[in-house]
Structure formats: structure tokens, C-alpha cells
Design a protein around this ligand. Structure first.
Ligand SMILES: NC(=O)c1ccc[n+]([C@@H]2O[C@H](COP(=O)([O-])OP(=O)(O)OC[C@H]3O[C@@H](n4cnc5c(N)ncnc54)[C@H](O)[C@@H]3O)[C@@H](O)[C@H]2O)c1
Length: 436
């Protein structure tokens, strides 16, 4: 049986706002006693990484770039081979002198995250997204600061769990920084600020593409159980990745939500399928999606994503407004005769998010990206829900959905792959094929 790991009862679009307000009020009234988070400039901040893959390794380096007195002291991964490879790479990197992980601080297996959290002040989360709600909760409950890669969940119960954790992070005065990296790109911030300040008047239509090529795949080896094969190919199983609309296209959907000031949309209608990546080696995710999000004021956001080999690629974000057009990726604002084009940011956005995180810790002024990271994740999940069901999905339906992708147990062994979803014909069944 699948479990609902979130809250019970109905939640509405306004509840994101209410949760934050309640925590702020509690803090103001003295009901919440903040623990001291101020860390003197000279003191060492012990950093741990959970999920030692491509992005996790990048995040570890970004953290060390951001703070001269930070050290990587613990690593965790499901697989010790992945951990050892990443440890070797990090030690050989330009920040290798501050990678100080002894044998007692290498943690593998299902509980790897627990050892890392205990050993560190700051924890970087970069596993497959399925595990994010569980891991971010454990980090915040332990009173540690967190860098949390996107997306923050693969299903609605997961989003609701992270909403609660984000509120707890405020109450505990710990920082929670999101890996939705475009929001930390200085020049994109300026461009979106200009839109919000009315540089092109009222927004009418948003259009976002994330059209890329194929991604890595690890052919199944003798001796791998179903679970090990799926974990080592997590991108291709919707219970682990949320499908690529959630795992990758969230970047586009997040920019759309950002321009819309994170106002929940009214509904989304989407389509999708798989036409190129049809072999069983590619699990059960789609290879393309098209969506149309609609807000109560009539604004629409149309988005498209695909992962096709030997086809054109395009990652772009356009905002069409009353007085002009904004090309977000090229930082270009055209309004009538006026064309304003900015140069790219000086600091790369991956370093920038860690600069903000570590400064917040050093200054004792925690920051919390919980609201938008949950909303953008939910928006992507709603798009997938619509494509999978063939129905129009409202924000509130997505927010309250009980459909959970949590497997019956976390253990190596058999895990029959759920069939590829066909709208109106084959429903999604979460982590595994439905029992006869
Ligand atoms: N912000 C960005 O631009 C960006 C870019 C790439 C990836 N990401 C995100 O980062 C995350 C990781 O992506 P990646 O490309 O590094 O993947 P990856 O496969 O390279 O790394 C994931 C690692 O997590 C490990 N892992 C799996 N389950 C685990 C568990 N329960 N506990 C501990 N370790 C576990 C895997 O063995 C693997 O080493 C994803 O959420 C992805 O969406 C973000």
C-alpha cells in the first residue's frame, strides 16, 4: 500500500501565506525561542553532503567557494562506490585541502543521511528528489542549516511535508536555501524586478521551453536487484524523479511562477507521452510534455519540455506584456523603441546561492526559500498530474492530492516497474505496478 506522508485535511492556495504568518507571529510573541545561529567569521562550519553525484559534487565545491572557513567533513550516498568516486574528485579539486572526510564520516545505505546530519552544521541535499521531503525534515528537526536541491518532492504529500518543514525551519531559526538556481542569478533578478516594477506593463502571456537532448543511462548489471537498478537510473522512474517535467522542467516552471509573483494559478491542462525513449531501459517516464497554466486574471503560461536526441534544443523564457516583450535568458527587455539588454551576471548562480546561505549563517539572519520552492514543485507536479490523467487540474486539487509515490518499503529486492501511464487508459500507480 502507498502511504500519504503529508498532512490530512484540506489545504488551500492561501495556506502557504498563512503558515508563514503563523510562524512569524509566534516568533514575534516570544513563543518560539530561536536557537543562536550566529557563527563567528573565524569559526569552522562543518558541511556534509547527502547524494554524491554530479550536482552534489558541484554543490560541495560551491559551498567551499562561498565560505573560506567551511569544510566538507561528511559524505553520504546510497552506494559506497559513488561516495568514494566523489570523495576522490573533491580531494583533487581546487578546494581539496578543505575536504576532510575520515573513514568514520563516510555513510552509505538507506540511513546514510542520519550520520551526515549528526556530524555537520550545514547539510547539502542532492539525492534523487523522491528522498527530499524525508531528508530536509531530518536536517531541520536536527536544527541544522540546509541547502536543498530542486525539486523538493515528487508528489503532493511530499510537497505538504516540505511546507511543514519550511515552517519549522523558521521557528528553529535555521536557513533553508533552494537550488532553484535562476533566482540567485543577479542579472535575472534585475530583469524580473523590472517586470515586477512595470517596465513592460501588465503581463499577458508567458512562454517557456526546455527542449534538451538525451541524458545518461546505466545499463542493468548482473546482480542488481530491481531496486538497485531503479536507484542507479533514478531519472527514468517517476516515483524517484517525478518525471522530467518535475525533475528538469521545474526550472522553466519556476521562472514562470517567479514572474507571476508566486501567485498560485487557477488550473493547468497538459499533454505528454513518450515517442523516442520507449525501451524498458528508460523506465516509465515520458520524453515530452506541453502545458497551459491559467491564472484567475486570464494570464496564461504555456510551457514545453522534451528530452529528444538528434533534435533541436532550446532553453528559453519569454514574457509578453502590455507594453513589450522580455527575453529572460538573454536579459533583454523590449518596450516599443527601447531595447535594454544586460550582460550576464559576474558571479555564477550556483556559487551565489551558497554565498547567500553562508552569509545568512554568519550574520545570524536565517533565510527561508520554503514558500517558492514548494509552490514551484507543486506547479510542476500539477502539470504532470494533468498530462497523466488527461484532466484539467486545479491548484487546490494538486495541493490536496493524496496520490503518493512512496513504495511499500525501502529495501533492496523486487520492485516491478509501474507501467507507462496512458491518460484515460493506464493510470499512474506510484512506485510499483498495481497488484492484480
Ligand atoms: N539546480 C540544478 O541546476 C541541478 C542540476 C542537476 C541536478 N539537480 C538536482 O540535483 C539532484 C541530484 O541530481 P544529480 O544529477 O546529481 O544525480 P546523480 O545521480 O548524479 O546523483 C545522485 C546521487 O544520490 C545518490 N542516492 C540515491 N538515493 C539516495 C539516498 N536515499 N540517500 C543517499 N544518496 C542517495 C545516488 O547514488 C547518486 O550518487 C536532483 O534532484 C536533480 O534534480 C539540480
Amino acid at each position: 500500500m502507498q502511504k500519504d506522508t503529508g498532512t490530512s485535511g484540506k489545504t488551500t492556495r492561501r495556506d502557504f501565506v498563512k503558515t508563514s504568518a503563523v510562524v512569524a507571529a509566534a516568533a514575534a510573541s516570544g513563543l518560539v525561542i530561536p536557537r543562536s545561529v550566529h557563527a563567528a567569521e573565524s569559526s569552522t562550519l562543518k558541511v556534509g553532503l547527502i547524494g554524491c553525484g554530479g550536482r552534489g559534487g558541484g554543490a560541495a565545491v560551491n559551498a567551499l567557494h562561498a565560505d573560506a572557513n567551511a569544510k566538507i567533513v561528511a559524505l553520504g550516498d546510497m552506494f559506497i562506490d559513488k561516495l568514494d568516486t566523489k570523495l576522490g574528485e573533491l580531494k583533487n579539486s581546487e578546494v581539496g585541502d578543505r575536504v576532510q572526510v575520515d573513514a568514520n564520516h563516510k555513510f552509505s545505505g538507506w540511513d546514510a543521511y542520519k550520520g551526515v546530519i549528526e556530524a555537520c552544521d550545514v547539510v547539502l541535499l542532492a539525492t534523487p528528489p523522491h528522498f527530499r521531503p524525508m531528508h530536509v525534515k531530518a536536517v531541520v528537526e536536527a536544527g541544522k542549516h540546509c541547502f536543498c536541491e530542486k525539486p523538493v518532492a515528487v508528489d503532493s504529500p511530499g510537497v505538504r511535508s516540505v511546507m511543514e518543514t519550511a515552517a519549522l525551519a523558521k521557528a528553529k531559526n535555521v536557513s533553508l536555501v533552494s537550488g532553484l538556481c535562476y533566482r540567485y542569478d543577479d542579472v535575472k533578478r534585475e530583469v524580473v524586478d523590472d517586470i515586477h516594477q512595470g517596465a513592460v506593463g501588465e503581463v499577458r502571456l508567458l512562454q517557456h521551453n526546455y527542449l534538451t537532448g538525451g541524458l545518461w543511462m546505466n545499463p542493468r548489471q548482473n546482480g542488481w536487484s530491481d531496486m538497485e537498478w531503479q536507484l542507479r537510473n533514478w531519472l527514468y522512474f517517476y516515483w524517484l524523479s517525478g518525471d522530467h517535467i518535475v525533475e528538469q522542467h521545474i526550472h522553466s516552471i519556476d521562472k514562470m511562477m517567479w514572474v507571476m509573483k508566486d501567485e498560485p494559478f487557477a488550473k493547468v491542462t497538459a499533454t505528454g507521452g513518450r515517442v523516442q525513449r520507449t525501451s524498458a531501459a528508460y523506465g516509465n517516464i515520458y520524453d515530452h510534455f506541453n502545458t497551459c497554466y491559467e491564472w484567475e486574471n486570464g494570464v496564461r503560461g504555456v510551457t514545453s519540455c522534451r528530452q529528444f536526441v538528434q533534435c533541436a534544443t532550446d532553453v528559453s523564457d519569454y514574457v509578453y506584456a502590455e507594453k513589450g516583450v522580455v527575453d529572460i535568458m538573454n536579459h533583454k527587455i523590449t518596450a516599443g523603441e527601447s531595447v535594454k539588454k544586460r550582460k550576464p551576471s559576474k558571479v555564477n548562480m550556483y556559487d551565489a546561492e551558497h554565498v547567500v546561505l553562508f552569509k545568512s549563517i554568519r550574520d545570524g539572519k536565517p533565510i527561508n526559500n520554503g514558500d517558492y520552492m514548494c509552490k514551484s514543485t507543486l506547479a510542476a507536479i500539477a502539470g504532470r498530474m494533468s498530462a497523466y490523467t488527461g484532466k484539467t487540474i486545479s491548484w487546490d486539487e494538486a495541493l490536496n492530492s493524496k496520490e503518493s509515490y512512496t513504495p511499500a518499503q525501502y529495501a533492496f529486492g523486487p520492485l516491478p516497474v509501474a507501467p507507462v501511464v496512458v491518460p484515460g487508459v493506464v493510470p499512474s500507480t506510484g512506485a510499483t505496478a498495481a497488484k492484480e
